[in-house]
Design a protein around this ligand. Structure first.
Ligand code: PMP
Length: 428
């Protein structure tokens, strides 16, 4: 009998009472495979022993110290460690507590950078349609979610958006001839001539957009953006809140695509989700203009009470150890082809429009149902959870996957089998 979706999925959340490794325990006694790593963050598995031990040890030594004027060793050590992991030259760090804060911080740094260089006319920020940059007013302004922008507007002045369509992302990494998207990036040239290059402070993009449907860039796209930014003195910001820390099989998507931005925003995987923390990575010149240039840190007064919180630093150091010393990022890269094979086996099933993945980040785009946007994907997600105990996430008409890197091939098989059954059972 075909599977009939109901509204229970949204209305009665199964309460998660515990988590370990790849699994959550639900209040009703069931154990489910977490194929989305919490909310794209628990990359090293739930209650990773390294992370739990480091947090327990830290809480017995120092609970809190600010990082204004004074500081504590864990924050410095973590900054050094992040600088080692970051793309060459991005050796300065500003700590935040979330992805949204990282984005707003990066946007402010970009504006301050130009101002410190006497270029006060550069205030415009360019984002992209179909992008998500968090819930701050800055992030919503540059973000590409029309509903958010209209609900909370008027937003930041002088913001514009690059076009970004599903067509641009579809089949971007299919195994056929990869489409070139260099010409699509040229839309930035159009915005530059529209607005006058000397008024634009920064462009922000997710290298692979996550929450809006898992949208990889076409080949050459990010490189072209970099060229255009360089030509016009515009800073390039990559929002790597999801793609950072191994999700795409490399430390950062910047490494994978061979494009180094001026700033990288991070959060989520930085602490394995165990405690809130974000960080903005940047070149020294960008940082110094912000913190020591004509506009000083004191004048700006930008920082958070919990920037570089000792507990978060301890969790982050242990998480980075898990990624590097325990070889989890290498493992993500190693598992990617097997994951990709599984995903590609879903191509051609009724209602499947496209499958896309970069490393262990994947989207399965489904044909929308007349009953409303996202209803098909919600039904598939519900089927996976109810019938095979696999937790996936629906984002619009796309099923998103981002499993912890600790999974094994048999877990990938379980996820793909669960999706295959759900897609078949929900076919209309
Ligand atoms: N940027 C991106 C790319 C994100 O995916 C998210 C969260 N999904 C954010 C920013 C905001 O992060 P947070 O929810 O930690 O504020």
């Amino acid at each position: 009998m075909p599977f009939t979706p109901n509204r229970k999925f949204k209305q009665s959340p199964r309460l998660i009472v515990a988590g370990e490794g790849l699994h959550y325990d639900l209040a009703d006694g069931r154990r489910v495979l977490d194929a989305i790593a919490g909310l794209w963050c628990v990359n090293a598995g739930h209650r990773n022993p390294r992370v739990s031990a480091a947090m327990k040890a830290q809480i017995d030594v120092l609970d809190y110290a600010s990082n204004f004027q004074i500081g504590h060793p864990a924050a410095f050590k973590l900054a050094q460690r992040l600088a080692q992991m970051a793309p060459a030259g991005m050796d300065h760090v500003f700590f935040t507590n979330s992805g949204s804060e990282s984005v707003d911080t990066a946007l402010k740094i970009a504006v301050a950078y130009h101002r410190a260089r006497g270029d006060a006319g550069r205030y415009r920020l360019i984002g992209r349609e179909r992008s998500y940059h968090g819930v701050g007013f800055g992030g919503i302004s540059v973000g590409g979610i029309g509903r958010q922008r209209s609900t909370f507007g008027p937003l930041l002045n002088g913001v514009d958006h690059l076009p970004h369509t599903l067509d641009l992302a579809r089949n971007a990494f299919s195994r056929g001839e990869p489409p070139h998207g260099i010409d699509k990036a040229d839309a930035l040239e159009a915005l530059v001539s529209l607005h006058d290059a000397s008024t634009i402070a920064a462009v922000i993009v997710e290298p692979v957009a996550g929450s809006t449907g898992v949208l990889p860039p076409p080949r050459g796209y990010l490189k072209r953006l970099r060229e255009i930014c360089d030509k016009h003195g515009i800073l390039l910001i990559f929002d790597e809140v999801i793609t950072g820390f191994g999700r795409v099989g490399r430390n950062f998507a910047s490494d994978l695509f061979g494009v180094t931005p001026d700033l990288i925003t991070t959060a989520k995987g930085l602490t394995n989700g165990a405690v809130p923390m974000g960080a903005v990575l940047m070149r020294g010149a960008v940082h110094d203009a912000f913190m020591q240039g004509n506009v000083s840190a004191v004048e700006l007064s930008h920082g958070y009470t919990y920037s570089g919180h000792p507990l978060a630093c301890a969790a982050a150091m242990a998480t980075l150890d898990a990624y590097t010393e325990d070889g989890l990022i290498a493992r993500a890269a190693e598992l990617s082809p097997y994951f990709e094979d599984g995903l590609h086996s879903l191509r051609g099933l009724p209602g499947v429009i496209d499958v896309r993945n970069v490393g262990l980040l994947a989207g399965i785009e489904l044909q929308g149902w007349a009953s409303g946007p996202g209803t098909h994907a919600q039904a598939v997600a519900q089927h996976c959870l109810d019938e095979s105990g696999v937790l996936v996430r629906s984002v619009g008409d796309t099923i998103a996957l981002s499993p912890p890197f600790t999974l094994e091939r048999r877990h990938i098989d379980q996820i793909i089998d669960s999706l295959r059954a759900a897609i078949a059972q929900t076919a209309q």
